[in-house]
Design a protein around this ligand. Structure first.
Ligand SMILES: [Zn+2]
Length: 327
């Protein structure tokens, strides 16, 4: 057994959902049944429920079928923006192995993000959409993202056709990860769907009092509290040249937006942080590079490379107990 590559037993948990110690680390319930394979992987037994399982069960590396060092190298290469074929040549594995591992790591990265990115305390957010393709030039798939302006942490990433549904999915997912969705300043481009959906997804719902119980229930309305604001930055281009920038305070108070800008040490409302992220994402993902030959051939491959963290080796080693969906 290699103590340098295997995590300590106290960081692992029983993966049997019916077990009373399910998902709880450091309980002293795990014993080593045997050590197997080239990587010295431990097969564990839970003393409480007698269930036996591989220590990699629940991690991105479970059942990866190639030596662990190679699987990790695949993740690192993909994380640095190498194409599938580049990765296969550099790591000396088959291209089909890269494809399979990419999806496996992507699934894990999504689940990891969904599990851990909860109840965030954030002062301001920026959002934008990036253009890309799947399979052929005629099949555009957009990536929409929401980022915390202060830490540059990506809260939310969704993919799909560029329409209101994509924006709704982004806002709903991003808002659900905040501790208080009513206390943020949101900076976006001029896309009308942002302004139209903002009250519903970040505002405070209220129903008007009814004097009768007959008839149709009145539609929910949304109030924008003082702690909430949405600012749109509309850029007009003449060819490649930026002609003008227009700032529109769409919802909430101008004061709230300016307080957030002051804390960021910004002088004017902007979407510079998400635009910077767009540029990085284009470098770090072969399928997102402009005018590339390496665009994603399969929607799943694009989805797998989407979440920031597919190439994060520490996250790949983390054991996520079988997912229980959040209500
Ligand atoms: Zn157990």
């Amino acid at each position: 057994m290699n103590e340098y590559t295997r995590p300590p037993l106290t960081s692992l948990a029983c993966v049997h959902p019916a077990c009373e110690l399910f998902g709880q680390t450091g309980q002293g319930n795990l014993t080593i049944r045997k050590v197997y394979g080239r990587d010295g992987i431990r097969y564990l037994r839970c003393r409480v429920c007698q269930y036996e399982f591989s220590e990699r069960k629940g991690t991105a590396l479970w059942n990866c079928k190639v030596p662990e060092a190679q699987a990790i190298a695949v993740a690192e290469h993909l994380g640095e923006g190498c194409s599938f074929k580049d990765t296969a040549r550099l790591v000396r594995v088959d291209a089909s192995t890269v494809r399979r591992l990419c999806r496996q790591f992507g699934r894990h990265a999504w689940q990891f993000h969904d599990d851990r990115v909860r109840e965030l305390v954030v002062d301001s957010l920026q959002a934008d959409e990036r253009h890309g393709f799947v399979a052929r030039r005629s099949q555009p798939v957009w990536e929409a993202e929401m980022i915390d302006s202060a830490s540059k942490f990506i809260l939310s990433h969704v993919q799909g056709r560029r329409n209101g549904e994509l924006i709704r999915a982004l806002l709903a997912d991003g808002a659900s990860r905040l501790l208080n969705r009513h206390n943020i300043v949101f900076f976006t481009d001029g896309e009308p769907a942002y302004a139209a959906l903002f009250p519903e997804l970040f505002g405070v719902p209220f129903a008007r009092l009814r004097d009768t119980h007959r008839g149709r229930r009145p539609r929910l309305r949304y109030r924008i509290p003082r702690s909430l604001a949405h600012v749109q930055i509309i850029k007009k281009h003449a060819g490649r040249k930026l002609e003008s920038i227009q700032v529109r305070y769409r919802h909430g108070s101008r004061k709230r937006a300016q307080d957030a800008l002051y804390r960021l040490r910004h002088t004017t409302p902007n979407t510079a942080i998400i635009e910077r992220r767009n540029a990085t994402a284009r470098c770090m993902n072969a399928t997102q590079t402009r005018r590339t030959l390496a665009f994603a051939r399969h929607p799943l491959a694009k989805l797998a490379l989407g979440p920031p963290g597919t190439g994060d080796v520490d996250a790949l080693r983390l054991q996520l107990v079988p997912h229980q969906s959040h209500a």
